[in-house]
Each structure stands twice: as structure tokens, then as C-alpha cells.
Write a protein that binds this ligand. Structure first.
Ligand code: C2E
Ligand code: MG
Ligand code: MG
Ligand code: MG
Length: 292
């Protein structure tokens, strides 16, 4: 009796695993096709300086225009892309696209705007990140100081000397580094000392209940103080309400990013937003051409 039941349970699990494996394989095929057929787009979410109220940068966020017309966020497919190694070519595409589009913003008359690109640990393990970044900068003509690479604590904790060396080499070119989702990883702060970090991004989980949860307020305050003591910039992500903005200003946070200001938008819409919010550029395209 028990044996029979066990066998049924096993059959059930085997069937379930089989189904999931097939789904994963189908999704992997779709992701490959998406890359080949140009179904990926990069959306940009403004990062706003709290003292000036100006947009000072934008984070590049991957989006997938699926054939049916839906726009899929990376949460739904990034894990699989990481497992299959597809994250390598996908991220390379994001980096090249973001650098090229950020360079185009300036050609079209915007003041220099920083662009932030997310990197994943797999890339550091399997790909030559230094060569890739240098190549994306060269191909786009983007000023390296306008490129900010968002790293997770996981990448820095792998703590091998090669990662540190890659970051130092890129830092020498002018590239900036932010630690994404800061506070959710590990409590070791050693890497802040050993890596050329420029900025901490406070994770949105600490921002969500900022006004109501005293521990979140304390954590946010501590991160801002830590960052500033080390000479780093601090940006809060996932900012949705005016109350959160007020609190972050009171705590001395440097920048915010979140739905309060804008959802991630396409490259054209971002340019329009910057023109509207930051005013017209001091160097409109006409003047540029005259000088060229
Ligand atoms: P992240 O880098 O921490 O990006 C912030 C996420 O928060 C984005 O989700 C963004 O759309 C979302 N967000 C922005 N403002 C708000 C807000 O006010 N409230 C809330 N609740 N959420 C907000 P998204 O675009 O779905 O990306 C999820 C994660 O996927 C990113 O987290 C990042 O880790 C990863 N990701 C996105 N694009 C890329 C990429 O090109 N390469 C790599 N390796 N990872 C990426
Ligand atoms: Mg990020
Ligand atoms: Mg984040
Ligand atoms: Mg994240």
C-alpha cells in the first residue's frame, strides 16, 4: 500500500519535473530567437538629484517585446538566462545598446547624462568584462565617466583578485561602479574597501515602509551615513511616494529613482522627459554642428 503510494508520488514528481524541463527548454529557445530577431528593448528609468531636482542619469532595464505584443520584465526570464549562459549575449546587447543610446542623447542635444547598466555575476565568471566594456565604449563613443555599472554584492563577494583588477582597470578609464540592492546581500563590508565603488543603491525593500517602520528608517539613515563617511554617493530605489521623498531629503540622500518620478521609459520618451524637466540644453544640436 505505502509502496504503491510512493510510486505514485514519484511518478507525479517525475512528470512535473519533465514538464518544467520542457517549459524551460521552450523558454530558452524563445530567448535565443528574441535576441536574434531584435525583440529586446532597453527602457530607462530616470535618476534624480534631490538637491537640484534634475535628472542626472538613467538606469537601463531590459524589456522583452514578445510576439503577442506583451512587454515582459526581466524577473520572468532572467534566472533562466543566467542558468543557460544566455545572460552573456543578452547583457552584452544591453550594454552596447545603452552606451549607443546614451551617446545619441548628447548628439541630439541633451546635457551629458549618466547611464547605469546592470551586470551579473555569471558575466564576470564566464566573460571578459573588461574587453566587453571597452569595446562598447569605443563603438558608441560614450564618455567613460558617463557609464555606471551596477554590481550586486554577490559579484564583489566572489572576491577574487581578477574581479578587483577588472574593476580597477575600468575605473582608471573613468567608468563608475554602484552597488545595487545594497543591504540585502551579505553583511561583510570588506569589499567596499577593496573595490573601486562610487555609489550605494539602497534596496527598495528598505524604502517601501520607510515612513512607518522605524527599523527601515534606521537602516536607510545608517546606509546614507556609511556611504557619505566613505565618500560615496547614495541613491534610493523604488521611491513611490512624496512622503518617501520628503524623508529621504531629510536624511540627506543624494538621488532617487522610482515610480514617484517616472516608470522606466523608452529612449525617445526619456529624452522628452529630460527636455521637459531639465530645460533645454546649453548646447543644442545646431550649435554643436556649427562647431563640428
Ligand atoms: P534592479 O537593478 O534593482 O532594478 C530596479 C527594479 O525596480 C526594476 O525592475 C524597476 O523597474 C523596478 N522599479 C523601479 N521603480 C520602482 C518603484 O517605484 N517601485 C517598485 N516596486 N519597483 C520599481 P525590473 O526592470 O523588473 O528589473 C528587475 C531586476 O532585473 C533588476 O533589479 C536587475 O537586477 C535585473 N535586470 C534588469 N535589466 C537587466 C539587465 O539588462 N541585465 C541584468 N544582468 N540584470 C537586469
Ligand atoms: Mg539595478
Ligand atoms: Mg536594485
Ligand atoms: Mg534587483
Amino acid at each position: 500500500q505505502a509502496k504503491e503510494e510512493g510510486r505514485d508520488v514519484f511518478r507525479f514528481f517525475a512528470a512535473d519535473m519533465d514538464r518544467r524541463a520542457r517549459e524551460a527548454m521552450a523558454l530558452e529557445g524563445e530567448l535565443r530567437a528574441a535576441l536574434a530577431r531584435g525583440q529586446f528593448v532597453v527602457h530607462y528609468q530616470p535618476q534624480v538629484n534631490l538637491r537640484t531636482g534634475r535628472i542626472v542619469g538613467a538606469e537601463a532595464l531590459l524589456r522583452w517585446h514578445r510576439p503577442g505584443g506583451t512587454l515582459t520584465r526581466p524577473g520572468d526570464f532572467l534566472a533562466l538566462a543566467e542558468e543557460t549562459g544566455l545572460i552573456g549575449p543578452i547583457n552584452e546587447w544591453v550594454l552596447r545598446t545603452a552606451c549607443a543610446e546614451a551617446a545619441a542623447w548628447q548628439r541630439e542635444g541633451l546635457r551629458p547624462l549618466r547611464v547605469s547598466v546592470n551586470l551579473s555575476a555569471v558575466q564576470f565568471r564566464k566573460h571578459d568584462v573588461r574587453r566587453l566594456v571597452v569595446s562598447a565604449l569605443e563603438a558608441s563613443g560614450l564618455d567613460p565617466v558617463l557609464l555606471d555599472l551596477e554590481l550586486t554584492e554577490g559579484i564583489l563577494l566572489e572576491n577574487d583578485e581578477t574581479v578587483a583588477q577588472v574593476l580597477r582597470d575600468l575605473r582608471r578609464l573613468g567608468v563608475r561602479f554602484s552597488i545595487d540592492d545594497f543591504g540585502t546581500g551579505y553583511s561583510s563590508l570588506n569589499y567596499i574597501k577593496n573595490f573601486p565603488v562610487d555609489r550605494l543603491k539602497i534596496d527598495q525593500s528598505f524604502i517601501r515602509n520607510l515612513r512607518t517602520d522605524p527599523s527601515d528608517t534606521a537602516i536607510v539613515r545608517a546606509i546614507i551615513n556609511l556611504g557619505h563617511s566613505l565618500g560615496l554617493g547614495v541613491i534610493a530605489e523604488g521611491v513611490e511616494t512624496v512622503e518617501q521623498v520628503t524623508q529621504l531629503i531629510a536624511e540627506g540622500c543624494d538621488e532617487i529613482q522610482g515610480h514617484y518620478y517616472s516608470h522606466p521609459v523608452g529612449t525617445q520618451e526619456l529624452q522628452a522627459l529630460v527636455r521637459r524637466m531639465n530645460g533645454v540644453s546649453a548646447a543644442p544640436p545646431r550649435d554643436r554642428q556649427a562647431g563640428d
